[in-house]
Write a new protein. Structure first.
Length: 90
């Protein structure tokens, strides 16, 4: 999924700035989750963060992180090697 398409998904979810989009492609475990956690800290409760990753471990790590931290994993989409997650902050 291209970064432009990712931004379009974010726009449709009501997120209009790049602070709600994290491009973690090229990063390996545990960096996608660590960067998502840091970005979520800056958001208000109920805000959503769209995360794009290509690390095969992210498909397990991101849902586990959400469950452990109490965040809601709104959606998961896989397009080739790219996984896109929408995480709503608790």
């Amino acid at each position: 999924m291209s970064v432009d398409l990712l931004k379009h998904h974010a726009y449709l979810a009501g997120m209009t700035d790049d602070s709600h989009v994290l491009d973690a492609t090229g990063l390996l475990c545990p960096l996608p989750v660590l960067k998502a956690r840091k970005r979520l800290q800056a958001l208000a409760s109920g805000d959503a963060l769209t995360v794009m990753a290509d690390d095969p471990a992210a498909i397990v790590d991101v849902p586990h992180f959400c469950a452990e931290a109490g965040h809601h994993l709104v959606s998961t989409e896989v397009d080739g090697d790219i996984q896109t997650y929408v995480i709503q902050k608790k």
